[in-house]
Ligand binder design. Structure first.
Ligand code: NAD
Ligand code: MG
Length: 386
């Protein structure tokens, strides 16, 4: 039986890895929708190659160009945020949610409401609106499969066990490219150094998040929504080789871990085939060659993002959405050269101190908190750069 699949964020790192797997067994999949923000040529080429029914570009100004690029193919072109939301209901039974940032919130939410299976990579939407998203998935009967490698590992280690039997979840962290650097050494880190991750090849935003360890903090919040065992039962462990992707310890003190090469196609393949398995071109795990696995406690003094995210997770309400929005603004500013590496966590902390928003009960409330935090982050940065 062919599977009808849609890929949100098809031109990104996770989107491309998903398409790589689909290409290897072309007849097993029918591509319904592919989306991108502004990568017009890449989106049009992927839509043509896969014979997608519809291609959606986020930027409305690119609508004409997309339509032209798809002329004569029979592939429908659409543009804008509302089109991204509408296409979630276009009939896919498996959707990859791999837009980066809170920009993915409405489309991801629409996919969760549409039912079927949603493979979730877009962690920022879960950080900002996890409660609302989990509730929506529950109401629609949607199967939510985590794609983030740690959460996919936890999902596999849980394998149908009851959450009340879980004593502890351990999220492993590579520690990023600056794991052993002092704060003083981190001050002059350039964007190029920050995006060069030692183990994983990923989009720019998540690469910077890995370097600040904000990524692991966002993952803590993500895990708390996906696996509600209580924040005090979720811990972070630095494991530089990225071979163990996370672990679950049960109350009988038996611990299960999921291991594999650091290749996102492994968790994506798990989500694509679940509850079955498919072959991937990924490297088999060669533990004799790796030789040893190392572990360290995380350092919240050198990586304040870890402390900020744990506090935000504990505070709940709109606080994680505010943290996420401030971080998105700060990371974009760092990537453009406007601020330094250490300023990222400083700006996030400053926004968390200065800005608050009421407990969100709708996606609009979350987006209002997100917008307010972005504006505040802008103010904080302005004072920083004058
Ligand atoms: P990326 O930057 O490589 O790709 C992002 C995709 O989202 C692109 O297709 C882009 O066109 C689209 N996009 C960006 N802004 C948009 C907007 N405003 N509207 C609509 N579409 C927009 O990012 P990525 O590394 O593939 O990461 C995607 C998501 O998956 C992120 O949330 C990230 O945290 C998560 N994730 C990624 C990895 C990885 O290995 N790359 C691992 C775990 C989790
Ligand atoms: Mg991860």
């Amino acid at each position: 039986m062919t599977r009808k699949v849609s890929i949100f964020g098809a031109t990104g790192s996770v989107g491309q890895s998903t398409l790589d797997l689909i290409r290897r067994d072309r007849d097993a999949y029918d591509v319904v929708a592919l989306t991108a923000n502004s990568e017009l040529d890449s989106l049009a080429a992927l839509a043509r190659e896969t014979g997608a029914k519809v291609a959606v570009i986020g930027q409305e100004r690119l609508y004409g160009a997309l339509k032209e690029a798809l002329a004569g193919t029979g592939i429908e072109a659409a543009a804008g945020e509302q089109a991204l939301v509408d296409v979630a209901g276009a009939g896919a039974d498996w959707t990859m949610a791999a837009i980066v940032g809170c920009a993915g919130l409405r489309p991801t939410m629409a996919a969760l409401k549409a039912g079927g299976t949603v493979a979730l990579a877009n962690k920022e939407s879960l950080v900002s609106a996890g409660g609302l998203m989990m509730a929506a998935a529950g109401v629609a009967g949607t199967t939510l499969l985590p794609v983030d490698s740690e959460h996919n590992a936890i999902f596999q280690c849980l394998a149908g066990s009851r959450l009340e039997d879980v004593a502890r979840i351990t999220l492993t962290a590579s520690g990023g490219p600056f794991r052993t650097r002092s704060r003083a050494e981190m001050a002059n880190i350039t964007p190029a150094q920050a995006v060069a991750h030692p183990n994983w090849s990923m989009g720019a935003k998540i690469s910077v998040d890995s370097a600040t360890m904000m990524n692991k903090g966002l993952e803590l919040i993500e895990a708390a929504h996906l696996f509600p065992v209580g924040l005090d039962r979720i811990e972070i462990l630095v494991h530089p080789q990225s071979v163990i992707h996370s672990m679950v310890e049960y109350r009988d003190r038996s611990t299960l871990a999921q291991l594999g090469s650091p290749d996102m196609r492994i968790p994506i393949a798990h989500a694509l085939a679940w509850p079955q398995r498919i072959a991937t071109p990924c490297l088999p795990l060669d533990l004799a060659r790796i030789g040893r696995l190392d572990f360290e406690a995380p350092d919240e003094d050198r990586f304040p993002a870890l402390r900020l995210t744990r506090e935000a997770a504990a505070a709940g309400g709109a606080v994680p959405a505010i943290l996420n929005a401030a971080n998105e603004v700060a990371v974009a500013a760092f990537l453009s050269g406007a601020i330094g590496f250490l300023d990222i966590a400083m700006i996030v902390e400053e926004v968390l101190t200065r800005y608050s928003a009421p407990m969100p009960s709708t996606i609009d409330d979350v987006l209002a908190a997100d917008a307010g935090a972005r504006a505040m982050a802008g103010d904080v940065m302005e004072r920083l750069t004058v």
